[in-house]
Design a protein around this ligand. Sequence first.
Ligand code: RP5
Length: 171
Amino acid sequence: MSHPEFDVQVEPAPLGLEGLEEVGPLVGILVGSESDREAMEPAVTELDERGISHEFHVLSAHRDPRGVAEYASTAALRGVRVIIAGAGMAAALPGVVAAYSDLPVIGVPLTSSKSVMGGLDALLSIVQMPPGVPVACVSLNGSRNAAILASRILAQGGGYPVPPGRPTLEL
Ligand code: RP5
């Protein structure tokens, strides 16, 4: 398989990331629709402020399942280390990404005028993943927290330094 947008030949998701060349952004931000873009802007701002490289793609799990599979299958090969996926309604995107990638996936349930019960539809769609296919889920429209969580994941194992000057929790 190949995908023109991502310019890479698709191989099965790697079991380990050792030795892979890091050429792409560290964080991939995905949304299921162009209508989700605004709700994810706090994540973009937060990553920018922290100096963490990122990319943004609109990819629908329902309207473009092949595109989602190809993105998720190749993200680690391009250097992506965390994926943030925002979606509303029947929010399958984070779960489908987690099905195709071993990278940590943070789901952001989004609300819209079409949401059921203020976004409970998306929240449950993201939270209720089957055992073995984990997705971390932040609050409704919680894209900023998703970015902060992504930065903390990146800070583990020496993968990415925590930028100085950020407030730390004193216990
Ligand atoms: C979901 O359906 C998207 O994530 C979006 O939140 C919702 C509505 O999409 P549009 O009809 O606005 O494209 O897949």
